[in-house]
Ligand binder design. Structure first.
Ligand SMILES: [Zn+2]
Length: 433
């Protein structure tokens, strides 16, 4: 797309028709089924003003408008179809007004493709609180709603109107409301933005989760209204698609109620405004991940995309896709890469381990990434030991490519009807190690 034209005065009124989703293939065997027997999993295409996304897709995270240690060109070369940045971090630094003046998120970071921002809700509510996205069965389960505040210095306070929190950069107090999050995300200008939701944990009590689902729905209505106002005012910018976020923790009735509610929701003032897609958020118990996603997707309309927030482990990706999630994001591949933990067909490899010191072959001989095609495990080991910056770059390229390619292979398997075979092969090799 000619990038000058998108902010030119001749730009047509942004319209919900500029965004869309089509289901290309259904996961006929090996996936989960809805209550009416239809397959929940699918391969599809998301259409945005900055290009298409073939789904399922893993979306690399560039929290502060950069996928750490990589060039945007590199992210595109390794198969990244879109980038997801964080509204809260960009609001604090450099400021969403500055990103707006620069022409939006894609323009300031020189990424011409589709972009996402998450609402900031998770970061605002989780910083300093010790939230985890996926909690394994082995971790002790608490039931006291206050346990979080007791054990850690809680930086955020949730009330009916929004969240007051302390900046992790300088300790300044800030307030996020649904309206503030929408205004910030419109200034950032990503193609796909998320409604401001309350993120609970598995440690919150059932009554708290019930209240939270209802509050998130009230906030969702306010997000729809503010989104409609911003869309009407900012006609110089391409249409931004708004996703509602399904919460409800580990409770089937709450997840279904939340999903059904958001699917039918309209603005209070903007009676036509509905969600363009949906996020599935909140903490998920690992062994229940596919089941919980399936409860939500069973209630959501088929013709709108679903994004599973904060997921990238291979077994979680297979489970999420089998249950009907279309896109995924997570900081883990690049964060682990910078620490020297590398993904491979046979599970994790520690690039710093002495076993890599004289391995004069690619880190993962089966990988097609730039790093594995051009460098040896021994060189990567040396760069990590010498604390060279290139270690982070080469490692990030490999890990991001591994996850992006894995999801590409899952997409092909849905098209070709070999999903279960691929899942058994990939997960079997990882587990065998
Ligand atoms: Zn590689």
């Amino acid at each position: 797309m000619d990038r000058v034209s998108e902010i030119g005065p001749t730009q047509q009124q942004p319209s919900p028709a500029d965004f869309g989703f089509t289901v290309d293939h259904r996961l006929e065997s090996g996936g989960a089924r809805g209550s009416d027997g239809r397959p929940l999993g699918r391969a599809g295409t998301i259409r945005t003003p900055h290009g298409d996304i073939q789904t399922p897709a893993f979306i690399p995270v560039g929290t502060k408008a950069t996928v750490k240690a990589t060039l945007p060109e590199t992210v595109a070369e390794l198969g990244g179809q879109a980038v997801l940045a964080n509204a809260y971090h960009l609001f604090l630094q450099p400021g969403s007004d500055i990103v707006d003046e620069a022409g939006g998120l894609g323009r300031i970071m020189n990424w011409p493709g589709p972009t996402f921002t998450d609402s900031g809700g998770f970061q605002v509510m989780s910083l300093g609180v010790g939230f985890k996205k996926v909690i394994s069965m082995t971790e002790q389960a608490y039931s006291d709603a206050e346990v979080i505040a007791k054990t850690k210095d809680r930086l955020a306070h949730v009330d009916e109107d929004g969240v007051t929190f302390k900046s992790f950069i300088n300790g300044d107090m800030h307030r996020f409301t649904p309206e503030v999050s929408m205004r910030i995300q419109h200034q950032l200008g990503a193609d796909i933005i998320f409604a401001f939701d309350e993120c609970t944990t598995l440690l919150n009590t059932r009554p708290y989760q019930e209240d939270s689902v209802l509050r998130t729905e009230r906030w969702a209505i306010r997000c729809l209204d503010e989104h409609a106002r911003q869309t009407a005012e900012r006609t110089h910018r391409p249409y931004q698609a708004l996703f509602g976020v399904v919460q409800g923790a580990q409770y089937e009735d709450l997840r279904r109620q939340a999903a059904r509610g958001l699917a039918e929701l309209r603005g209070a003032e903007a009676a036509e405004q509905e969600f363009d897609g949906f996020g599935i958020g909140g903490a998920l118990e690992k062994s229940q991940l596919g089941t919980i996603v399936g409860w939500a997707t069973d209630e959501l309309p088929e013709n709108k995309p679903r994004h599973l927030l904060g997921i990238s482990e291979p077994d979680d990706l297979f489970a999420g896709i089998a249950a009907g999630a279309d896109t995924f994001d997570c900081v883990a591949p690049s964060r682990q890469a910078r620490g020297g933990t590398m993904y491979s067909e046979h599970g994790r490899i520690n690039a710093k381990a002495s076993a890599q010191r004289r391995r004069f072959e690619p880190l993962d001989p089966e990988c097609d990434c730039y790093t594995c095609e051009n460098y040896t495990a021994a060189y990567l080991h040396h760069l990590f030991k010498a604390n060279e910056m290139l270690a982070s770059t080469l490692a990030t390229i490999h890990n991001e490519r591994y996850i992006v390619r894995l999801v590409e292979r899952i997409r092909s398997s849905i098209v070709e009807g070999s999903f279960a075979e691929l899942r058994d092969e990939v997960l079997g090799r990882i587990r065998k190690r």
